[in-house]
Each structure stands twice: as C-alpha cells, then as structure tokens.
Design a protein around this ligand. Structure first.
Ligand code: ADP
Ligand code: MG
Length: 275
C-alpha cells in the first residue's frame, strides 16, 4: 500500500460520543488499521470496559491482563500494557479489561484524576516507537474516563450515525468539550466528524447528512461510511474490516476516511459547531 504523510507531530485523537452504538469503536479500529496499513505507526487505546476495540484487534483482554486500567492506576507503564496487533506491525493496542469498569469510581479519589491518561501518553516509549497516531476509543458516557481521553488529546473525532435523532445529545457532548477546553486542555478541538452507517436507500440518511454538514461544515469528512454487513461481521473474527474483507465497500470507505484525515492534517484553527 502507498504510504500516507506523517503528521508533523503525533496526533492524539479522542473518539467520543456518549451515545452507544454510533460507530466509535468500529471507526477507531478501522481508521487505525487503515493508517497502519499505509505505513503510519498507530496506537489504539481501548478506554471502554467492554473491550470491543481489543476484541476487534484480537488483543488479549481477559481480566488480569496488563491493560489501560493498570496504566491509569499507575501499576504498569504504557509500554508494558501495549500489544502489537496481528493485523499490522504498525498497529498497537492497549487493551481494556472488565477491571476498567470500576475505574470511573476509583479515579475520583486519585491525584490528578483527569490527567492520568495524558501522563501515561507522555511516555518516551511513544517517541521511541515513533507513534504517529493515537486513537482513544471512549466508553458511551461523559464520565472521568472520557474526560481523561479529552485531556490527553489534541483532537476529538465524533462519529455520528446517519439515523433519526443523530444530533440529539451532541449539544451535551460539545458543552463538555468546552468545559474541558476551558479548565483542563485549551488545545483540544473538534477536528473531525465522521458520518457512519449511512444507508443510501433511505431519504432520512441524506437528510441527516445534510443537517450535520450544515451545522459542522468542513469538520465533517467528505467520506461517509456506508452501512455494511461486512463491517459488522469483522469483529466476530477478531479482525478489522480491512483484514476481513479488504475489497469491501466498508473497508474502502474507512481507507478513504483515513486518507482524508491524514492528508488534511491537523485542522486549521478552532471551529466547533454549536447546536
Ligand atoms: P460504539 O462504539 O459507538 O458503541 P460500535 O462501533 O460498536 O459503536 O458500533 C455499534 C454496532 O454497529 C456494532 O455492532 C457494529 O458492528 C455495528 N456497525 C458499526 N458500523 C457499522 C457499519 N458501517 N455497517 C454496519 N454495522 C456497523
Ligand atoms: Mg464502543
């Protein structure tokens, strides 16, 4: 595969939307795999106790495995918890185990509870490996784990499902991002919105697409991810859709989205949408 341009500095992207089932995990693992296949060193941090990203990347995540939980509570280093994915030597994953489920509460009483992930990511190991992209797959909530992800990142990528009520809840997400910008991480910006599960047979999908583009303008990637059975089947085989069916529309669309992401680079200035 052709290589994509390396970013000037490492891009850390938080994939967030407190709604479940909008394509956070699917977008995380497939964008990461697409970048890795095109020569960019990419690290996925699974920050959801469900461990779906770990499953899709076929990385061990039984309870007790060194994972993002132990990293957050300071028991192991990021390097100790990171595994190389079978899918590409450029693709790494720090898995999540079910132990992470208690972390929201455990973190509350810890020092620098909002910036523990940021501290872990400042590890020199990432420089040594030459990691170009970090994707943080958030749980479907706006709790301390998601706050940690927002403090650790420069960019937020919001997947939006092309469905009825697509914009519902986004106001809350955006105001949380504003709070983080104001108090914890002034560099954070919503750089990317990705439309997912687009069903071309419905008029509704087009309406939602148009509405999202009207609100968010160029922040929305031109590439739209179609609804595709292959995309939903892949994790069952411990694979991204790129590995499961490289020629499928789903795989191609994630490659296009990754190319767009890499080619347009870090987005020009701040321009969050408001609702
Ligand atoms: P989230 O992480 O936001 O909860 P997921 O990425 O897990 O969302 O996606 C929710 C469900 O939808 C999963 O079963 C996933 O396989 C499926 N899915 C995601 N994207 C697509 C797509 N483009 N086509 C078909 N199914 C999809
Ligand atoms: Mg998920």
């Amino acid at each position: 595969a052709n290589t994509l341009p390396r970013p000037d500095r490492r891009r850390v992207m938080t994939v967030a939307n407190q709604k479940g089932g909008v394509g956070k995990t699917t977008s995380t693992v497939n964008l990461a795999a697409a970048l890795a296949v095109h020569g960019l060193k990419t690290l996925v941090i699974d920050l959801d106790p469900q461990g779906n990203a770990s499953t899709a990347l076929d990385v061990e995540h039984r309870s007790g495995t060194p994972s993002i939980y132990e990293v957050l509570i300071g028991e192991v280093s990021l390097a100790e918890a990171a595994a190389v994915s079978e899918q590409s030597p450029n693709l790494f994953c720090v898995p999540a185990t079910i132990d992470l489920a208690g972390a929201e509460i455990e973190l509350v009483s810890m020092v620098s509870r909002e910036s523990r992930l940021k501290e872990a990511l400042s590890s020199e190991v990432l420089d040594e490996i030459g990691v170009d992209y970090v994707f943080i797959d958030c749980p479907p909530s706006l709790g301390l784990l998601t706050v940690n992800a927002m403090v650790a990142a420069q960019e937020v990528l919001i997947p939006i499902q092309c469905e009825y009520y697509a914009l519902e809840g986004l106001g809350q997400l955006l105001s949380n991002i504003e709070l983080v910008q104001k108090h914890l991480n002034p560099d954070l910006e919503v750089s990317t919105i990705l439309l997912t599960m687009y069903d071309g047979r419905t008029k509704l999908a087009d309406q939602v697409t148009q509405e999202v583009r009207n609100h968010f303008g160029d922040t929305v990637l031109k590439t739209v991810i179609p609804r595709s059975v292959k995309v939903s089947e892949a994790p069952g085989y411990g694979q991204t859709v790129l590995a499961y069916d490289p020629g499928s529309r789903g795989a191609m669309s994630y490659i296009d989205a990754a190319k767009e992401l890499a080619n347009r680079g870090t987005v020009n200035g701040k321009k969050e949408g408001t609702l």
